[in-house]
Design a protein around this ligand. Structure first.
Ligand SMILES: [Zn+2]
Ligand SMILES: [Zn+2]
Length: 453
C-alpha cells in the first residue's frame, strides 16, 4: 500500500508527474483559447479581458506575423496560409464536424472499456449510457442535415412573409447583393452556406451549417445532449478516480468490518491531495484524460446553452445581438431618430405591400401562392421607424412656400427641420418587435418547424 508521505515526497523528482502538470496546463490553456475564439467576439465581451484577448489573438498577432513574413519571404507564407484559412473558414467543409465526431467517438472508446466495471448499475450501463451516447450523434446529424431554412426562389415568398419588418434592425427594400432580392426580416446571407438563411442565428462550424429557423431546436437539443454527456462523463470519471484512490489508500480488505473506515483524503494537505490525484491520473491515463477533457469542456457547452436560453428569453438571435449592440452605440453617439410610421410613411419609401412579394424575376402574390395567410405575428407590426442620420443631424423635409412660384410655375420649397422625428436617447425607448414574451419566444424559437413547414 503506497503511503501518502511517500507520494508527497516523490512528487518533485518524478518526471511523469511534471509531465502531467504540464499537460494539465496545456489543456487548460487550449480550453481558454477556444473559449476566447468562440465567445470573444460576442458584444457582451467587447470591453472585457476576453474581448481584448480576442483582438490580440485575431487582429494584432496575425498583423504582427504578416509584417514579419513581409520581411522574410515577401508574404509567400501569408498567401498560402490565407488560402488554406479561407477554405477552412469560408467554405462549407466538414473538417470541424469530423473532428467533433472523432473526439466524441475516441473519448468513448478510450473511456468505456477500463471504466465499464466501475459503472455502478446495469440501469446506467444498458439504459442511461446508450441514450446519453446516441443522442448527441442524432441531434448533430439533424442540425447538420436541415437545409429548409436556406432560402431558395421557391421558398422565398413564404420567407418574406414569415416575420414583419421591425423598421429598427430590419427595413424593407434592403437587397441581398448575392441573391438579388430584398432580404426577408430576420434573415441574413451566409457566405459559407451561400444562401440567405431564415431567422439566421449564426453559422456553426461544428455542425457545418447555419443555425436558423428550421434547426434551432435541434441545435439547442445538441447543446443539451452534449452538455449532459460531458457532465455525466466528468461526474462518473471523478467518481471512478475517487473509488480507485479510496482502494489505493484505504483498501477494503484491511478495513472490512470497521465502522470508522475513513475517506482516503481525510487529513491530507492540498499538495498531498493534488499529488495523489496526479499519480491516480497517470496510472489510469485513459479514464483520467477523458475525465479531464469532459470536465473542462462541459462548462463550454453549458455556457453556450445558458447564452441561448438568454437569447430565447430576450426574443433575439446571436446575429441580432450584434445589431442591437451597434444600435446602442449609435444611440450613445446621438445618431438615431424615430418617428411614427403612420406620420411619415407617405414621404419615405414605404413597406412592401403586405400581399405583394417581389423576387428577382417576377412579382408574386405570397398569400395565393402559399394558399394561406402567414401565421406569425399576424396583425403585429412596427409602429416606430428607427433611422440613423449622417453626423446625427435632424432629418429635414421640403416645405412649400405659400404664394411663391418658380419661373417654370412650380411652387417654391424650403428645407426645414422635420419635427416628426425625435432623437432616441436610450435603447429603452425602442421595442423589440420579435419579443413575444417568454412563452411566445419559446414557441417561436423551438416549435416553429412543427407548426408550419
Ligand atoms: Zn443572400
Ligand atoms: Zn451558414
Amino acid at each position: 500500500m503506497p503511503s501518502v508521505d511517500k507520494v508527497a515526497r516523490s512528487k518533485s523528482d518524478d518526471p511523469m508527474m511534471d509531465m502531467l502538470k504540464t499537460l494539465i496546463l496545456i489543456v487548460a490553456s487550449i480550453s481558454f483559447l477556444v473559449f476566447v475564439a468562440l465567445f470573444g467576439r460576442l458584444p457582451v465581451f467587447r470591453k472585457t479581458p476576453v474581448g481584448w484577448c480576442y483582438r490580440l489573438l485575431m487582429v494584432y498577432l496575425p498583423n504582427a506575423l504578416v509584417g514579419l513574413d513581409e520581411k522574410l519571404t515577401g508574404r509567400r507564407i501569408t498567401r498560402t496560409t490565407t488560402r488554406v484559412y479561407n477554405y477552412l473558414m469560408y467554405d462549407r467543409h466538414p473538417v470541424v464536424l469530423i473532428i467533433f465526431v472523432l473526439l466524441q467517438l475516441g473519448s468513448e472508446l478510450l473511456f468505456l472499456p477500463p471504466a465499464w466495471t466501475y459503472i455502478p448499475s446495469n440501469v446506467q450501463r444498458y439504459l442511461v449510457l446508450p441514450v446519453l451516447i446516441t443522442l448527441p450523434y442524432s441531434t448533430l446529424y439533424l442540425s447538420y442535415s436541415t437545409s429548409s431554412h436556406h432560402i431558395t426562389p421557391e421558398s422565398y415568398p413564404q420567407a418574406l412573409t414569415r416575420y414583419p419588418y421591425d423598421y429598427t434592425l430590419y427595413h424593407p427594400h434592403r437587397m441581398c447583393r448575392t441573391c438579388h432580392y430584398p432580404k426577408p426580416a430576420r434573415s441574413k446571407h451566409c457566405p459559407i452556406c451561400k444562401a440567405c438563411i431564415e431567422r439566421q442565428d449564426h453559422h456553426c462550424i461544428w455542425i457545418n451549417n447555419c443555425v436558423g429557423l428550421h434547426n434551432y431546436h435541434y441545435f439547442i437539443a445538441l447543446l443539451v445532449t452534449v452538455a449532459a454527456l460531458l457532465g455525466y462523463g466528468a461526474f462518473t470519471g471523478f467518481g471512478i478516480l475517487e473509488k480507485i484512490l479510496q482502494e489505493m489508500f484505504v483498501p477494503r480488505r484491511l478495513t472490512a468490518g470497521s465502522l470508522t473506515s475513513k475517506r482516503w483524503s481525510t487529513g491530507l494537505s492540498w499538495m498531498e491531495y493534488f499529488n495523489a490525484y496526479t499519480v491516480c491520473l497517470a496510472t489510469n491515463a485513459r479514464i483520467g484524460a477523458v475525465t479531464l477533457l469532459a470536465s473542462m469542456t462541459c462548462p463550454l457547452a453549458l455556457g453556450f446553452l445558458v447564452y441561448h436560453a438568454y437569447l430565447i428569453w430576450a426574443g433575439t438571435t446571436t446575429n441580432e445581438t450584434a445589431k442591437w449592440s451597434d444600435l446602442r452605440e449609435d444611440i450613445q453617439d446621438d445618431l438615431v431618430w424615430q418617428a411614427r410610421i403612420d406620420d411619415v410613411k407617405t414621404e419615405y419609401p414605404g413597406p412592401l405591400d403586405e400581399k405583394i412579394v417581389y423576387d428577382s424575376r417576377n412579382f408574386r402574390d405570397a398569400t395565393s401562392r402559399s394558399g394561406r395567410v402567414p401565421s406569425w405575428g399576424y396583425g403585429r407590426k412596427a409602429h416606430w421607424w428607427i433611422i440613423r442620420t449622417r453626423g446625427g443631424v435632424n432629418p429635414t423635409r421640403w416645405k412649400p412656400l405659400e404664394g411663391q412660384y418658380e419661373s417654370s410655375g412650380r411652387q417654391k420649397v424650403e428645407e426645414v427641420i422635420d419635427e416628426r422625428w425625435k432623437r432616441v436617447k436610450s435603447l429603452d425607448e425602442i421595442d423589440n418587435l420579435y419579443d413575444l414574451g417568454l412563452v411566445g419566444n419559446i414557441k417561436d424559437g423551438l416549435s416553429r418547424p412543427w407548426r408550419d413547414v
